[in-house]
Ligand binder design. Structure first.
Ligand code: UDP
Length: 254
């Protein structure tokens, strides 16, 4: 079979042409970057785990009526998704102070925020993804007011649902990043959830010990990075019983 045509390669994923019009194949790599590519590394098995974790979370979100780009998982590292026009914004939702908000506003990491806070960043590597306001977004036409209303409403529902889901498995959802896309059906446009939801773009802390179970282990050289991603999958009940060896792919059965 001819290899699919590659359309785009990002830091952690590759997009290939899909089997039918309006679809793409999203391939999850083990590559990890931090600080906008300043730090590079490999987290063995990350792609396989993020594919599974994102599949699981997107399916659960679909069950409560959140429209997502996820169609189905194809294999260990690939999933079929709907092709959308990505809105060039990162939506960050925070429940507990960590990372940039802690540094920028001088709030001690781990402080519960008075309410969930939503922020926008412009997706632009050359500019280091600067934070932008609704004024910037509508003035420069990155999204309209109605688009933002949809994105905020979806983000807050996603946050409530995921906070509960993770708390149920002993994990605090500290913060996370979402991306949305525009999907046209006939002449109608809908905003749907795109990209991925995984320990690459969420801060997940053990709710008892506050131990970090996400990409901060890589960003901050805390060690046990692979183990943290595995533990998240295990708690969500989606790590194969046989453990990590199972993640390398099927072996020949006699
Ligand atoms: N995040 C992300 N991609 C980015 C920037 C942030 O997925 O380009 C996620 C990050 O994993 C965290 C949340 O968004 O869960 C908030 O990140 P923050 O603004 O604190 O930035 P950081 O400290 O990671 O640079």
């Amino acid at each position: 079979m001819a290899r699919r045509r590659q359309l785009y390669e990002g830091k952690a994923k590759i997009l290939f042409e899909g089997p039918e019009p309006g679809t793409l194949v999203q391939y999850f790599k083990d590559d990890a970057t931090a600080g906008n590519g300043a730090k590079k590394g490999v987290i063995t098995g990350k792609g396989v785990l993020n594919n599974r974790i994102s599949e699981y979370l997107m399916m659960r979100l679909a069950e409560i009526g959140i429209p997502t780009h996820f169609v189905r998982r194809l294999n260990m590292r690939e999933q079929l998704i709907r092709e959308v026009e990505i809105i060039p914004l990162e939506v960050v939702i925070r429940n507990v102070a960590a990372g940039s908000i802690a540094t920028r506003l001088g709030i001690e990491e781990g402080t519960r925020l008075p309410r969930s806070i939503l922020e926008y960043y412009l997706k632009n590597d050359a500019l280091n993804d600067p934070m932008v306001s609704e004024e910037h977004i509508t003035a420069f036409g990155w999204a309209g007011t109605a688009d933002l209303d949809d994105m905020v409403a979806l983000s807050l529902r996603i946050n409530d649902f995921l906070c509960g889901l993770f708390l149920g498995v002993g994990i605090t959802l500290v913060d996370f990043k979402l991306e949305f896309g525009r999907l046209w059906e006939n002449d109608e446009m809908r905003i749907i959830l795109a990209d991925e939801i995984s320990p690459d773009n969420c801060r997940l802390w053990d709710s008892r010990t506050n131990e970090k179970m996400d990409k901060d282990r890589f960003r901050r050289d805390l060690g046990k990075v692979e183990e943290a991603y595995q533990e998240v999958a295990k708690r969500l009940g989606i790590l194969p019983e046989a453990g990590v060896r199972d993640l390398k792919g099927p072996e020949a059965v006699q």
